[in-house]
Design a protein around this ligand. Structure first.
Ligand code: SF4
Length: 312
């Protein structure tokens, strides 16, 4: 499948069938914590990257095979609202299934009336807000030059007025960047104005775009969770392994996950009951020599990631 993946176990969305309607690393932000690395295609122009019907066909095929799905989630290796066919895609999906549709977005394009209109068709929108002050926004999210935080927040407020379904906000906290009490309380004020239905705190649990990015301390996170009245999805132990095609070879199963995000080595060890640790290590080394995957060390863990040129 080119556009559809999973179902993956999601900390917020249960068993989630993912759809990526944009080319890899196409985004209007280049967040310092992005697990996909630095944005290679920084753009704020919406495009019809792929035909809607091609994506719809894949969703139909996936639903024929998988019967237990909690959400169909439009996400992407970048920003899915840059896909010009987003509204049509949601409308088409709604024609053949009652499974709720979620959209995970950085929320930047909510200032665009057309994007807001397209998102009205979804059941849950999960935007991100890591800063409420322009300077901090630029440090953390490194947005496209045309983007202004005040317009984005205004867009989020308008969307709240127009959208009666669920808005679940994510706040990604980075140590010594946006984790001070003052910043958290300012974010909380804006979240209250936005009347979000839920807030989730997250932290960079996988190797980030910038190696100097760190996770806030547990004490800071606990206080932030209280001050934001948030649920936490920020824990290493919660790193879930998505389902893979069990008919595929172990190499292809690893590639299929690491194309989307780095995978912790100790988790890979649990993926293949028929292989012992020694055999799995040998396989990883072999894939690394073939330049299919590379190793990164982060927060005392070893992560494997697909090499850039192999990403779909
Ligand atoms: S974290 Fe999301 S919004 Fe930020 S650069 Fe990566 S894909 Fe774009």
């Amino acid at each position: 499948m080119k556009y559809v993946f999973g179902p993956v176990p999601s900390r917020r969305l249960g068993r989630s069938l993912g759809i990526s309607p944009i080319p890899p690393k196409t985004c209007n932000y280049s967040c310092i914590y992005c697990q996909l690395g630095r944005t290679s295609k920084l753009t704020n122009d919406r495009k019809m990257f792929f035909p809607v019907q091609d994506i719809v066909q894949e969703v139909k095929l996936a639903l024929e095979k998988e019967h237990i799905i909690d959400f169909i989630t439009i996400v992407g290796d970048g920003e899915p609202t840059l896909y010009l066919g987003l509204g049509e895609l949601i409308k088409e999906i709604k024609k053949f299934t009652n499974i709720p549709v979620a959209v995970i977005t950085n929320g930047a394009l909510l200032y665009d009336q057309e994007v807001r209109k397209e998102l009205l068709l979804s059941d849950v929108v999960l935007p991100t807000l890591d800063a409420v002050e322009e300077r901090m926004f630029r440090i953390i999210n490194r947005p496209h030059k045309d983007l202004r935080l005040n317009l984005i927040i205004e867009g989020m407020k308008k969307f709240r007025e127009e959208f009666s379904n669920q808005i679940w906000m994510e706040v990604m906290l980075v140590k010594d960047k946006n984790d001070s009490r003052e910043t958290i309380l300012a974010i909380r004020k804006t979240l209250d104005e936005l009347r979000v239905d839920k807030t989730f705190i997250n932290v960079p649990i996988r190797p980030p775009a910038e190696s100097w990015v760190e996770i806030p301390t547990n004490e800071v996170l606990a206080e932030a969770q209280r001050n934001l009245n948030a649920e936490s999805i920020a824990h290493f132990e919660n790193l879930l392994i998505e389902s893979v095609d069990r008919d595929a070879s172990p190499e292809n199963q690893i590639l299929s996950i690491t194309k989307r995000h780095p995978l912790r080595e100790d988790q890979i060890m649990t993926l293949f009951p028929n292989l012992n640790e020694e055999e799995i290590k040998k396989m990883l080394d072999g894939m690394s020599k073939k330049r299919l995957i590379k190793i990164e060390k982060y927060m005392n863990h070893r992560f494997w990631t697909a090499k850039e040129e192999k990403k779909i």
